[in-house]
Write a protein that binds this ligand. Structure first.
Ligand SMILES: *Cc1c(COP(=O)(O)O)cnc(C)c1O
Length: 404
């Protein structure tokens, strides 16, 4: 008789967004006239910029002619896109070559799949609160140990609390991890890491022989020069870091799907195994390439017109983030994030739990956000608002909170 991968039974229910949806639906049904504003969404809402739309159309037309038709793309991505990405790294002073870039259908797949090239008995360290993909993909692979319901944590993972006390940048853990997941600018806290602090992490990883999986999905939102856009801005990162990037939050590709991962040639395990070769093998075996049309549109992100247009679009969301951040501050809230990321992480007033605050916000001012406790125990008493709504709705929501 066949047997299931029982590790899956160890996954904890992902109740966060379904519970939110249920609560909002119940409230709307009881109050059909309520004008609910949603600031909980983690998806972009603005349409693709004209330069990308134009390029997508061109790609579609090419597919209509024998001479310009494209079938399977090269395993690791089209050279025109990989070289455009590598050139951007060079302009930032990072040493990343074309063949170290692996084009994919997005950062979620890559951040979930990357653990496959590491040993099953690797010790995994994650931030708390955390983007759930890093945790769940390692649970599926059998690295988690049992779940401790009371603690809200898996026994074999190393949790690194990100709190007000450490300015939402974790301390080095007491036990040595093998794999360290870092995401900066961070979802959900909206906080960035300084180059100095990230350099400390790179030095630490090199010293203990750990690998850092660095998720930089929100680098386009960085406004402060002290914050690195890439981990490869740090010295020594090529021997300890993998970087994952996305076209979703900078260029609005959430429904188009494109991302990439950088695995430097110098990244070797304890026995000298080249991780670049393993990821190339894994990618080539299990992935048949992102669509030509989409990769072509991805390259448009790096053209002068594309760059200018997506900068304006990111600016639109950044304006929302500022409006939320400053509005909440004026209203007397303790707020974090919002400066280098499209997320605002606010401390709930009067020591309310994250869910108590959620209910009051929904019932009393008809605004939906995301309870911080849904991202991990250290997110309790925090609440996430996102800048991905329309400017008009964002301003209306903040006015409601101010007059609450
Ligand atoms: C949105 C997001 C991504 C992007 O995922 P895609 O699959 O590229 O859309 C990756 N990491 C984090 C932390 C995110 O919030």
């Amino acid at each position: 008789m066949f047997k299931a991968n029982k590790n899956y039974l160890n996954l904890q229910g992902s109740y966060l967004f379904s519970t939110i949806a249920k609560k909002v639906a119940a409230y709307q049904e009881a109050h059909p006239d309520a004008d609910i504003i949603r600031l909980g969404i983690g998806d972009v809402t603005q349409p693709l910029v004209p330069e990308i739309i134009k390029t997508l159309h061109e790609g579609v037309d090419e597919m209509a002619h024998k001479e310009t038709f494209h079938g399977y793309s090269p395993d690791l991505g089209y050279e025109f896109l990989r070289s455009a990405i590598a050139e951007e790294y060079r302009q930032r002073g990072c040493q990343v070559s074309d063949n170290e870039i692996f084009v994919s259908d997005g950062a979620k797949s890559d951040s979930g799949n990357i653990q496959e090239i590491f040993s099953e008995d690797s010790r995994v360290a994650v931030c708390d609160p955390v983007y759930p993909v890093y945790v769940d993909s390692n649970v599926m692979a059998g690295r988690s140990g049992a779940y401790d319901q009371a603690a809200g944590r898996y026994k074999n993972f190393i949790y690194m609390p990100c709190t007000e006390a450490n300015n939402f940048t974790p301390e080095f853990p007491k036990e040595n991890p093998d794999i360290i997941y870092l995401c900066y600018p961070n979802n959900p806290t909206g906080m960035a890491i300084t180059k100095e602090r990230l350099q400390d992490w790179v030095d630490y990883a090199n010293k203990i022989g750990a690998v850092i999986i660095y998720d930089a999905a929100y680098e386009a939102y960085i406004t402060e020069d002290s914050c690195p856009h890439s981990i490869y801005e740090c010295e020594g990162a090529r021997t300890c870091a993998i970087e994952i990037r996305s076209f979703s939050k900078n260029a609005g590709f959430t429904g188009v799907r494109l991302g990439f991962t950088v695995v430097p040639e110098e990244l070797k395990d304890a026995d000298g195994v080249c991780m670049h070769d393993l990821w190339a093998r894994r990618h080539g075996t299990k992935f048949n390439g992102a669509p030509y049309i989409v990769q072509k549109a991805g390259a448009a992100v790096y053209t002068p017109e594309g760059k200018q247009q997506i900068r304006e679009q990111v600016g639109y969301y950044q304006k929302n983030a500022s409006a939320i951040y400053n509005g909440l501050k004026d209203a007397g809230y303790t707020v974090y994030g919002g400066v280098n990321a499209p997320y605002i992480w606010l401390k709930t007033p009067d020591n309310l739990t994250s869910w108590e605050f959620f209910d009051r916000l929904l019932h009393e001012v008809n605004i939906v956000g995301t309870p911080g406790s849904g991202f991990g125990p250290s997110g309790e008493h925090f609440f996430r608002l996102t800048a991905f709504g329309s400017y008009e709705n964002t301003v209306r929501a903040i006015d409601r909170i101010k007059n609450w």
